[in-house]
Design a protein around this ligand. Structure first.
Ligand code: UD1
Length: 418
């Protein structure tokens, strides 16, 4: 099992390039199921999850070719599709749930294993299920599967989401593309990943308006065509580099980084003392002093992303002052705080609030990555610790950050895979 060995103390300086977003690429791949023929997704990140999604699509009958050098995948979707996503893949890849919408609307049948809870919380699927039911799908939960069927085409409906869930918005939007009539999603997620998926669907011939707003309208069409689409740059990876610069008193230029997708986190970094400037095709974060503690509450986009919460807690743990970080999206996200406390951080958790008292430096110790973002947060923490930190279960980090040790080395850090 791989681990990361991080020697603390480096100032990160240089340029990194951000590739396509994991949370977009996987959804784009799943959405290709909507049209018979060859769709192509470019600007793919080189991560294992892409291979798992390829495996799932292959089991559904597609011919999938990944070109790792070009960073592209071609998915040839047959007329007759399978309809089952098994537990062995769904548990590895939560985004497997995104085949539910395309399968039910195209084939009238979908059986997707329930993913269960994970390290960041319970992660319900009730909004997905209720939304599809409003559109006429019959849904039951049996033997650990969501079993959905529709005797006739789904019909357009008004779907009001209780919370602007990313996954539910995506499944309902994809299902609605081939439904009869107009579907309106109220309280829809506004995340750039949802917009990216919507733009791919439009390129396939879908009729969608309101992307990026609270109300998305989809007018069903009878048929979609395959299309080619470039995945948008990963805003969480981009944000991680921005925090890394601010925490290590560094100076990082992030190529392909979309500052417009990170307004709230970058505002917080500026409040902490960083200087953020735009560059020709990205932006640059520079810091020459100890950060000042910042209060943060995670919220759906355009609020502060829950996926960057470990990074801001880590920054606050070495900042000047005390702060409160409030987690409003996933209740389990504070699990990694115990690992940070092993590195000497002074943090008290009470319900969904964490109170952090900044100290000058963290103290290296062995720690365990519990999920992708917690793992990346621990790498940043290790960079500002004295001595050598070993991070166990680093495979989690590889799922979201292609070649992380190599990129960190290129910025002057001593990080190796052991
Ligand atoms: C996606 C991202 C994840 C990110 C999250 C929020 C992927 C693979 N993952 O997750 O990295 O942190 O968006 O930006 O894209 N909920 C329900 N019932 C539902 C659906 C959601 O109760 O049917 C709850 C969840 O438990 C959670 C909240 O709503 O508390 C938000 O979840 P959601 O936005 O759906 O996140 P994901 O799509 O799972």
């Amino acid at each position: 099992m791989d681990r990361f060995r991080v020697v603390g103390g480096a100032r990160l300086v240089g340029t990194v390039k951000v590739s396509g977003a994991k949370n977009s690429a996987l959804k784009l791949m799943a959405a290709s199921l909507l049209a018979v023929g060859k769709s192509k997704i470019t600007n793919l990140p080189a991560i294992a999850d892409v291979e798992y999604m390829a495996e799932l699509l292959t089991r559904l009958g597609c011919k999938v070719e990944i070109d790792n050098i070009a960073g592209e995948v071609t998915i040839d979707v047959p007329k007759e599709l399978g309809h089952r996503a098994d537990y062995d893949l769904v548990r590895k890849l939560r985004a497997s749930i995104n085949v539910l919408g395309p399968l039910i609307t195209r084939t009238g049948r979908a059986e997707v294993a329930l993913p269960g809870g994970d390290a960041i919380g319970s992660r319900g699927l009730d909004f997905h299920i209720n939304g599809l039911a409003e559109m006429g799908a019959e849904i039951k939960l049996e033997h650990g599967f969501i079993i959905a069927s529709a005797k006739q085409a789904l019909r357009g409906a008004l779907v009001i989401l209780e919370f602007p869930s990313v996954g539910a918005t995506e499944n309902i939007m994809t299902a609605a593309t081939l439904a009869q009539g107009v579907t309106t999603i109220e309280n829809a997620a506004r995340e750039p990943d949802v917009v990216d998926l919507g733009e791919f669907l439009i390129a396939m011939g879908a009729k969608i308006s309101g992307l990026g707003s609270h109300t998305i309208k989809i007018e069903g069409v009878s048929n979609l065509n395959p299309a080619t689409h470039a995945t948008l740059p990963d805003r969480i990876v981009t944000g991680t580099w921005a925090f890394a610069a601010a925490m290590t008193k560094g100076d990082i230029t992030i190529e392909n980084g979309r500052a417009d997708h990170l307004e709230m986190p970058l505002d917080k970094l500026v409040e902490a003392g960083a200087v953020v400037t735009t560059t020709e095709n990205g932006f640059r974060v520079k810091m020459d002093k100890r950060p000042v503690a910042v209060d943060v509450a995670t919220l759906p986009y355009p609020g502060f992303p829950t996926d960057l919460q470990p990074m801001v807690i880590t920054l606050n743990s070495i900042a000047d002052g005390t702060s409160i970080v409030t987690e409003n999206v996933f209740e389990g996200r504070f699990m990694f705080v115990n690992e940070l406390i092993r590195l000497g951080a002074k943090i008290q958790v009470d319900g969904h609030h964490a109170a952090i008292t900044g100290i000058n430096q963290l103290s290296a110790a062995p720690v365990v990555a519990t999920d992708i973002r917690a793992g990346a947060g621990l790498v940043l923490a290790a960079l500002v610790s004295d001595g050598i930190t070993i991070i166990e279960d680093s495979f989690h980090i590889d799922r979201g950050y292609p070649d992380f040790p190599k990129q960190l080395q290129s910025l002057g850090a001593d990080v190796t895979r052991v």
